[in-house]
Design a protein around this ligand. Structure first.
Ligand code: V47
Length: 376
């Protein structure tokens, strides 16, 4: 503890070392401390206690089957309207064909989330999942954010639990964590006023967990939210996780500032800073003491910073993805995808042990730690 420069961190460090839960006020101390070295060490302690050097990644494929969307979130640069030259809208057979184009043996997860389509009928969605499962029996389909599930409930006139059950019966394996944005009403009204409300987002995940479907949770940060609102977001997730235990991972999404009205109206052209990204991940790792994984999303924070984040609480680095559009439409500067070898190398060169997982976090292969770390 000799390294601790900020005396406010002394009692917090003692609690973290003892495995005790932090209060909201203590979480805020983590967000404000100038002692970043201690923050990183504490996050690393928690991460290593849970996972040692193991760092998880998935050989995955990303597909957005449409960018048509009527919701109008102000941070979004991905959505299109019917007739826009950059609009796309795949039917179920095209979705299967697109996956076939990109698929390679060893890919286990297909992550799909898309716009809220203005007029595709409900029957399209279970049909698409069913066709994908029939064509690629080894592919685990992780799809539909809670916002999309609410949209499907509206168009099908079925309760969200029923929508989830029917999608699960068609072969849906898990749900991604998108659509959470920031739960606080003040922010939500300004960035996602037509989207699923915070309580509904949480309720849909509660329902998914109740039928044995595991899910993730995201938080879109780096725009108009306060630090208190970030922690409030995590607090609500921690409460739900206490109740259900159904979340696999928490994924902070760094705001990408290009091509969206939120950034334009704020006059914002800068990306989140590396230190803000790292601090956020570390606070999440310590505060979300009941989440198995904190994910460093290389698409939005770069693979270089993701490497560093493995010492700031991150134990999962998402996947190979192959081709991503939501973040890239908004100015993400990372490649569209990464090869499996690049992901292994990224983890090894950060001094950790790469673990190939599937969408359920089953460990498929454990790679050796790098023998030598020179040159990085
Ligand atoms: O829901 C949209 C966000 C999400 C921007 O569950 C933006 O494993 C930053 O949910 N800047 C989609 N973020 C991505 C997502 C996700 C990503 C990786 C892993 C997982 C998982 C889920 O992206 C949207 C929205 O919250 N988003 N626009 C933007 N300009």
């Amino acid at each position: 503890m000799k390294w601790i420069r900020d005396p406010q961190l002394l009692p917090i460090a003692a609690k973290v070392e003892a495995g005790e839960r932090l209060t909201f006020e203590e979480g805020m101390v983590l967000y404000r401390t100038p002692d970043l070295n201690t923050l990183a060490r504490l996050a690393d302690l928690v991460r290593n206690r849970q996972h040692g050097d193991k760092t998880y990644f998935v050989h995955s494929l990303r597909l957005e089957f449409t960018n048509l969307c009527y919701v109008g979130c102000t941070f979004c640069a991905f959505a299109a309207r019917k007739g826009d030259p950059h609009a796309w809208d795949y039917d179920a057979d095209t979705v299967v064909a697109k996956v076939r184009e990109k698929y390679e043996p060893g890919i286990t997860e297909l992550h799909m989330s898309s716009g809220h389509h203005p007029n595709r009928p409900w029957s399209f969605y279970p049909e698409m999942v069913g066709k994908l499962r029939a064509a690629f029996p080894d592919l685990q389909v992780k799809a539909f954010t809670a916002a999309e599930i609410e949209h499907l409930s509206r168009i099908s006139k079925k309760p969200t639990l029923e929508v989830l059950r029917e999608l699960q019966a068609a072969g849906l394996a898990a749900m991604p964590g998108g659509g959470a944005e920031i739960f606080a009403d003040r922010v939500r009204k300004q960035v996602a006023k037509n989207k699923v409300k915070a309580e509904r987002w949480l309720q849909i995940h509660r329902e998914a967990h109740s039928i044995g479907m595991r899910t993730n949770a995201t938080m879109l940060y780096g725009h108009i939210e306060t630090l208190e609102e970030r922690l409030d977001h995590m607090h609500r997730l921690r409460d739900l996780q206490d109740e259900t235990g159904g979340f696999h991972a928490f994924i902070p999404l760094a705001f990408q500032p290009m091509g969206n009205s939120l950034a334009q109206n704020l006059g914002k052209t800068d990306y989140t800073t590396g230190l803000d990204d790292l601090r956020n991940l570390a606070v999440a790792r310590i505060y979300l003491d009941n989440f198995p994984h904190i994910k460093g999303y290389w698409v939005m924070i770069s693979s270089e910073l993701t490497q560093v984040s493995l010492d700031w609480g991150v134990s999962d680095v998402d996947g190979t993805i192959v081709e991503e559009h939501i973040a890239h439409a908004a100015g993400a500067q990372s490649p569209l995808g990464l090869s499996k070898n690049k992901m292994i190398e990224m983890i090894q060169r950060a001094g950790r042990v790469p673990v190939l997982r599937d969408a359920f976090y089953n460990e498929l292969e454990i790679y050796p730690a790098a023998a030598a770390l020179a040159g990085d």
